[in-house]
Structures are given as structure tokens and as C-alpha cells.
Design a protein around this ligand. Sequence first.
Ligand code: GTP
Ligand code: MG
Length: 471
Amino acid sequence: MNQCAMAVLEEYPDIVFSYGYGDEYSFVLKKTSKFYQRRSSKISSVIVSFFTSVYVTKWKEFFPLKELRYPPSFLSQIVCCASLEILQAYLAWRQRDCHVQNQYNTCFWELVKKGGKTEMEAQEILKYAKEQDRNELLHQQFGINYNDTLALLRQGTCIFKTEVEDIVKYNEDGTPVKRLRRKAGIFRSENIAGRRFWNAHASLLKELGNFSEDCFKTNPDYIRSFLFESKLMPSTWIVIRIDGCHFHRFADVHEFNKPNDKQALDLMNLCAVAVLEEFHDIVFCYGVSDEYSFVLKKDSQLYQRRASKIVSAIVSFFSSMYVMKWKDVFWKKELKYPPSFDGRAVCYPSNEILQDYLAWRQVDCHINNQYNTCFWSLVKSGKSKSEAQNYLKGTQACEKNELLLKEFGINYNTLPLMFRQGSSIFRVKRENPTLIENDASSVEKIETKIVTEHCNIIEQSFWEAHPSILN
Ligand code: GTP
Ligand code: MG
């Protein structure tokens, strides 16, 4: 977790402080940040996506002998702290939670592992124990002074950048030439919201300001009131659209075929199928290039329709899957760096408007693909990129098709359907439902299967042929 947070800090310069424990991390962006024009959905989805990708990428480094059995995913949400005092109270709240949870867990596992109690018994013993009682229990029964236990677990971890001196080269006489560089480092303190810790770090004072008073007690409800939690309108289709971040670079670095790389699209499709399997409320997925749209049914109550939870869960799961499945698709290509995706949620009130949305995406697919096919054919034939761009300026669809046919012998309409129409993924009823025996007593009937098709979803006939998708 700490290494992933460190990578996040290196990736996004606007993050100036982070604090984490257990399975959570908080990242503080500077007040003046213009990251993604401060669009909350983009900021939180990109960070959680990158974090997840790094987590899966680094897994083998930390667990060389353990297989990652399924894709981990994380939820994210934004908290806007209107003043430094609120940020201070927020941090005090998170560190307090870290302490309470760790103290409980330390007691619980001592009782189970050394005290010979069952998990139920340990739970019962700790049910009404207060902080002081728990410390006494540890001390008296197990000879443990809680304050001597591992600081990493008791205090959590702060990561932020400080200026460090780096030796860049040596002069002829052997004296080192030093330069100041900002580097992320790990810090710990009993009280991260205290003045002593905070005000002792010049970089925190500079980036965030100083704490004028210590923060002794926080009311979690007060802090929670700053959580940015918008709920999506009831009884509307929810579309979560994710899009690869800077995929022009990602595609170049990984030498994707231009303009379409079948394997890269196959990988996107594999991940989308996994998303559909994981989130039962998703009824339809449509993907093109580095983007995917996931349609959730109108009456979905997933995460009580909280936008940030739904977006982050899907984008994080997708990113996880992308890294996990990379080797299945690109067996000869190494994943050079962790990819990330942004995500957003939009509500569509009627079937017609939802279909208009999907048609818009498919039209976009067609226009981009036709343009890109011409563009890259021209470039491959020896034109420079700007020459190709100028050549195509203002050309109509039929002119582009003519260019492809006459100059390059390409009949646009015979190019693979996946490139021209994108990919639609949905469930269909099985004609012969199979019976799967889970155990001796229960027999599950599998009535649907997931299919990936490359078809025209603009025309009404598709929706008429598959009435169960929207009904
Ligand atoms: P942001 O989404 O704004 O972060 O930038 P982006 O670079 O991801 O651009 P955008 O999402 O608008 O477009 C997707 C880009 O991904 C394309 O412009 C291509 O450069 C690249 N891409 C997607 N699919 C393929 C592919 O199959 N082959 C190649 N070569 N590139 C692809
Ligand atoms: Mg993109």
C-alpha cells in the first residue's frame, strides 16, 4: 500500500501529502490545484485507477510466492476541506481510526493466537472494552506494552515530498556537485495533526500552511459533512464511461498497431466482460478505442446510487483486470508502466435517450476509425503527419472511402467489424439452459450467457432483436 501511495505521489505533482493505514489512503491536493479542472469524478477516478494498477503491477515484488487470485479494487471519494483546520481535523480523525482499529485487532489476535480463545469469544471479550481496558488486557495477559508495538501499524504512514540533496556528478578534484531535488519519503508520528509534527516540515508549511493550534478532539460527523457524495437520480439509466488516460503515449510506448491494435481491443473487451460478470446491475457495455461505457439498470441500488462509489468501483476493477490480463493477451510484450483510466457517471432518463447516447459513441467510433485509417495509410505511404492532416482537412466520408480504395486498395467496408463498429457486450438467454451442480443439494440453472458482438447498435433492429437488455 505504501509503495503504491508513493507511486501516486510521484505521478501527480498536485498531491502534496498523503496518509494511510490498513487498506485506505488519503491524498491531499494543494488548494490551488487545477488538476482536471477540479472535476471531482475525474480526479478521484484517475487516482484510484492508477493506485490499483500499481498495486497489481507490484504484487509479485512483495509476494513472490503468492498468486494474486482475483483483481483487487478500491473505492474513492472526495472530501473538500474548506480550511486548513478542517484538513487538520480530518487527519486527526483518520489517525484516530487507525489507532482504534489497530488496538482492537492487536487484542483480538493475541486472544485468538496466544490466549486460546475462539474468534467469537475474543469478539465477546472486546465488545465493551474501552481504550484503557484494551491496553491493560494486552499488558496483563500478554505482557505487551501497546506503545511499543510497530509504529507502522499504530500510527499509519504519511508520505510527502521533501527537498533532499542529490549528488549529480563529481568535479575533477573529486568534490561532489550537489543539487536539491524533491523526493517522496515516508514519515510517522504519534500525532500527524499535531503542530509539532506538521510545523517541523518546511515542505508542509510551504504547500499547505501551518497549524496554529493542536487538534485534540474531532467529531467524525462534522468531518463527514464535508464528504462530497452526490447521488444519481433515481429511476434513470446510469452510464459509467471510462477512458484511458494519455493512451496516445501508452499506445506508442507499447507499440500498438496503428490505427487499430486487435490485441489491445481484445484486452479492453476481456476486462469489460469481467466487469459485466462482477457487477450484476450492468446490462450493456459498449467499447471503442481506449474507452468503455457501462450501462446500469434503471432501478439499480448499487452503493445507494452514490456516483463516486460506483465510478471508482468500476474503474478500479477494470484497471486491476487490465494489468492482470495483460500477459494473457500480450504474451511477448512487457507492460512498461501501469495504465490508468478516468471515469464519470451520467444519467439518462429514457430508453430513447440512452440509445441516442450509445449511437453517439458508435458514430464517434466510425468517424474516428475512418479518419485514422486514412491518416495512417497516408503516413505509412511516406507523407508527414502534418501533410496527412492537411490532406484530410474538410474531406467527406465518401471522399475518404474513395481515397482508401483508389490510393491504397482498401475497401473500408471490409475492414474488421470490431474496428468499424466497436464492441457491444451483453447477456443473452441460453437456448438450452445448462444445469450446474454446485454441491450435492443445490443445482443452479444458468439461463444467460455473455456475448461480445461487433454490430450496429444505432439501428432500432438491434434493440428489437434483444428486448431483454433494456427491459
Ligand atoms: P486522454 O483520454 O485525454 O487522457 O488522452 P488520450 O491520449 O487517451 O486520447 P483519447 O482518449 O482522446 O484517444 C485515445 C487514444 O488512444 C488514441 O488517440 C490513440 O492514440 C490511442 N489508441 C487507442 N486505441 C488504439 C489502438 O488500437 N492502436 C493505437 N496505435 N493507438 C490506440
Ligand atoms: Mg483516452
